[in-house]
Design a protein around this ligand. Structure first.
Ligand code: ATP
Ligand code: MG
Length: 234
């Protein structure tokens, strides 16, 4: 579904990603884990075309993403939850959701997707007239995820959904991913919370200083001595 090959990217003269190759197959949950500053967000930016790539390719369902506008990418079936959520705090829950679906330019589909999202997140339906800013951090993250789902994506990219949240909220949010995945949404999860994200993934990649240093299925990575020592505090 997503094929990244030999990707190099950075900011001006600063090279961040070096020869990154990875893939996500349809139906999977895949994690990209790595420490602070490893290049995780940069990788998402390069995939979404918000950062020019120096070389390499990014393909989604066989289509090259490089050089495309974000609304085009959304229509192909790719959605992202950015680091830091970026909600509209003074707007209602429902308006935040509708804005998420706006990019489709298809009111009927937007309405259908709103119903679908409310079925997955009944709490958001109950609170649809409340302002987003009245939500706790964890609830806002949930809303940000629901908003990304408003385009009915085939692939959802999540950039550190756990950031800044209390452990109990992180647990709650991660517990929703299998359900979203079961609705036919493939998930690429970018995280610093290595144990939690690998635990619910089928496969994962470890990036360090902009390079993929290790990849494999969940059990291989969770059992790997290097991963245990560097990321799991074992
Ligand atoms: N706009 C920018 N201009 C220059 N350098 C940047 C910029 N954004 C990030 N970097 C650098 O690129 C490297 C990778 O940063 P990136 O944000 O991709 O890491 P990350 O893995 O997402 O980290 P975190 O877990 O803290 O979110 C870091 O060295 C960072 O300082
Ligand atoms: Mg980041």
């Amino acid at each position: 579904m997503l094929e990244i090959e030999g990707l190099h990217a950075g900011y001006g003269d600063v090279r961040v990603l070096h020869d990154v190759t990875l893939r996500v197959d349809e139906g999977e949950i895949v994690s990209i884990v790595g420490a602070n500053g490893a290049g995780k967000t940069t990788l998402i930016r390069a995939v979404m075309g918000t950062l020019p790539t120096t070389s390499g390719s990014v393909r989604f369902l066989g289509e090259r993403l490089t050089g495309r506008q974000s609304h085009e990418i959304a229509r192909l079936g790719l959605a992202q939850v950015m680091e830091g959520r970026r909600l509209f705090p003074h707007m209602t829950v429902e308006d935040n959701l509708l804005i998420g679906g706006d990019i489709l330019r298809d009111t009927a589909r937007q309405r259908r997707n709103l119903g679908w999202v409310y079925e997955m997140f009944p709490r958001l339906r109950e609170r649809r007239t409340q302002l987003a800013r009245s939500f706790s951090g964890g609830e806002q993250q949930m809303l940000a995820i629901a908003r990304a789902l408003m385009t009915g994506p085939k692939l959802l990219l999540l950039d550190e959904p756990s950031i800044g949240l209390a452990p109990v909220m992180v647990k709650e949010i991660f517990s929703r991913f299998p359900g979203i995945n079961a609705e036919g949404v493939t998930i690429l999860l970018v995280e610093q919370d290595v144990r939690r994200s690998l635990s619910l993934s089928r496969r994962g990649y470890v990036i360090e200083q902009g390079r993929v240093v290790l990849e494999g299925d969940r059990d291989f990575l969770l059992g790997n001595e290097e991963v245990k020592r560097a990321y799991l505090g074992v």
